[in-house]
Design a protein around this ligand. Sequence first.
Ligand code: GLN
Length: 468
Amino acid sequence: TQHFLARIEQNASLGAFLATDSAVSLAQARVADARLAAGERTPLLGVPLAHKDIFVTRDFPTTAGSKMLENYRSPFDATVVGKLGQGVPGQGPGAGMVTLGKLNCDEFAMGSGNENSAYKPVMNPWDHTRIPGGSSGGSAAAVAARLVPAATGTDTGGSIRQPASLTGITGIKPTYGRCSRYGMVAFASSLDQAGPMARSALDCALLLSSMAGPDLDRDSTSLDLPVADYATDLIAAGAVGAGATAPKSLEGLRIGLPSQFFGAGCSADVLQAVRAALAEFEKLGATLVDVDLPLTELSIPVYYVIAPAEASSNLSRFDGVRYGHRAASYGDLTDMYKKSRSEGFGDEVTRRIMIGTYVLSHGYYDAYYLKAQKIRRLIAQDFQTAFTQCDIIAGPVSPTVAWKIGENASDPVASYLADIYTLSSSLAGLPGMSVPAGFGAHNMPVGLQLIGNYFKEAQLLGAAHQFQ
Ligand code: GLN
């Protein structure tokens, strides 16, 4: 804990952290020490990590990257935070990890470059003039710069996979509902999902087993399914640790390549790195098959209708009364709402509230929101058709390597378009991950995306682990 706290301090200029509190972290480390001294031997006990600042925490402030929640402190921990740390009431003691602090992110997780944080941008550790991806940009940068061994992230339309890809780390967005959303500041509730970001598939496997699981009293959409011991499964599959002799093989695994993920929209350097990684999978025994996801392009307009619609509803709770910022002076109640919200929300959040309110309004609901919901269903069906021909779908995560800070600042649609390869699986609720594939233009990292069918996290982690 002391080692990582020092690294965080030395690398403060990266902008990865929004809050640290060494006294709190060291106290948590002492609790872990006591559990160790009492003979407990569980794999994550005492291992430090940091949380995306979208998870509420009792011991640290929670801002969701927004001025709206400046200085907000939650009276409870998010379920994911509790499960990894000191426990969740009624669900046992927790894995005993030590929280190092809270990680920068786009405001309310809206963005693809961490430039929408109300506090500060995050630098990509590989090139400080470039974005680390978003919205879990602080999580990705902190892991990539080795300021933390692991971090949590959330993914609504790519926010774990894309920053993982752009910083050369591993991240998995599980099946929708795998991890409880309780205590995750809501963006788009039918899409939001928590997941781990770490150096390897094995580390992600360790974390996911502790993060995931039903939490039906607190999040009725959490999946009522048992969670596998993912890491033990990977180790049993061989090739971990000194002396491991089991052959690395992916014999029989069919990897589907959607033509829509390999077209002109993807830059050549990214495609080259992705294809080179896929050739490695072939050497390990996998077979590559062509599949079709014909509605991929529509996932952008569909997502950017549905996600803002849900956001406009979720963010109505920030009214200056129940939570967060309240304007210092105002006239009547309506004026108080208006001033507090105008001052508290940044431009991107305001834009989404306006889009969301519009597509939900009488007279436009059928034309936009309902239509988008219908196409969402068709997108999910296309995946099921593809999964009759393959076990895992693969492609790029992002059409380019990390762009320059400020490059897309005046053009929000440009960053919406960069979400093309992550949105469709989010809309379908499928698990997806990013695995470092190599390097592209400017020697920047490129991630390979693996998408699995529902509940197939173990298969994704296994394939990624064999490759790594
Ligand atoms: N880039 C997407 C957006 O801005 C996805 C964000 C996310 O997954 N939280 O909405």
